[in-house]
Design a protein around this ligand. Sequence first.
Ligand SMILES: [Zn+2]
Length: 347
Amino acid sequence: MTGRLTPSPAFEALNRLAAERILILDGAMGTQIQQLRLGEDDYTGHGSGHACRHHSDHPQQGNNDLLILTQPEAVEEIHYRYAMAGADIVETNTFSATTIAQADYGMQAAVRDLNVEGARIVRRALDRATAQDGRPRFVAGAIGPTNRTASISPDVNNPGYRAVTFEDLRSAYHEQARALIEGGADILLIETIFDTLNAKAAIFACIQAMEAHGRALPLMISGTITDASGRTLSGQTPTAFWHSVRHARPWSVGLNCALGASAMRPHLAELSAVADTHICAYPNAGLPNAFGQYDEGPDDTAVQVADFAREGLVNVVGGCCGTTPDHIRAIAEAVAPYSPRKVPEYA
Ligand SMILES: [Zn+2]
C-alpha cells in the first residue's frame, strides 16, 4: 500500500543493513524506569526535572510516557545505553502516547508533544552513540495497542458492546504517527498487538501519515500471543494474523511480549514459514514470576534467541518485558555468527 510512495532515505539504509546481518532492536523501557524509583513529583516534573506544562487532575505516577517531557535526560540515557549495548533500532518511549491511552491520566493534550519529543530524544541518544562508533542507528516510533479493544466486548452481559470504534482508534493513531514522523522517527512500529482490528486501524493511520509526509517509512508490525493455544486475544493463529496485515506490505512482521523466547519459538517458526517479509522477534525475559518480575538473565535469554538465528527464523531480534541493556548486549553477541533469514519471494 505504501508502494507508490518514494521510500525515505532511512528505508534504503535499513534494507542494506538487513541484507548483511541480523539487526538488533532494544529492550524494555519499563524495567529501566522502575530502577529510577520515581515518585509523583518526578513524574509531573514538579519535584525534580522539567515541570509539565500540560495540566491534569489525575495522579501521573506510572505514566511512563510522560517522562519524555518531565525527565528527558533520564529517558535519553536509557536509549543511549541500549544503543551502546548494540541496538541498531531503538524504540521511542511512546507505547501509550495516544489520546485513548493517555485518557487514563487526563493527559490527552500532551500527546503531540510526547510523540514529537519522544522521537527527538531517541535521535539525540542515537547520534551520541553513532558519534562514538560510526554505526548507523534507527529511531522506531513505538505505537502500542491502547488499553481498549475494538473486536471484543469488555462486558460479558453485552457481547455487542465495544469500548472503542475503529474510527476512534484510527484518529488517535493518526495523531500519534504524524507526530512521531514530525519528531524524526525512521520507522513506525505497531507492537504488542492483541487485537487485529486495533492493528488495522493503526496500519491505516500510519499509511495516511506517510502519505501526508510524502515518503514511505518502514512499517514494523508485531503481534502478541496471549494464550497457550497460540492465538492472539482476537483469536488468530500467527498465519491468520499475517494474512490480516499482509496488505500493508510491512517491512517486518513478528512477535513480542507475553511469552519468553522458548515458548515463542513455534509461533515464530509458523510466521517465518508464511511471511514474505522480514521477521522480527523480541520476547520477554522468560515468564513473570509470582511477583510479576522476570528472572531470566541475559545469557539465558540470549541462548534461546540465538536458536531462532541458528534456525534461520529471524531478521531482527531484541527484548521485551524484563530485558535490560545487558540482555541486548548478550543477544547481539549470540546472534552475530548467524546470517539473517532470507526473505522468501512469493507471488
Ligand atoms: Zn513485553
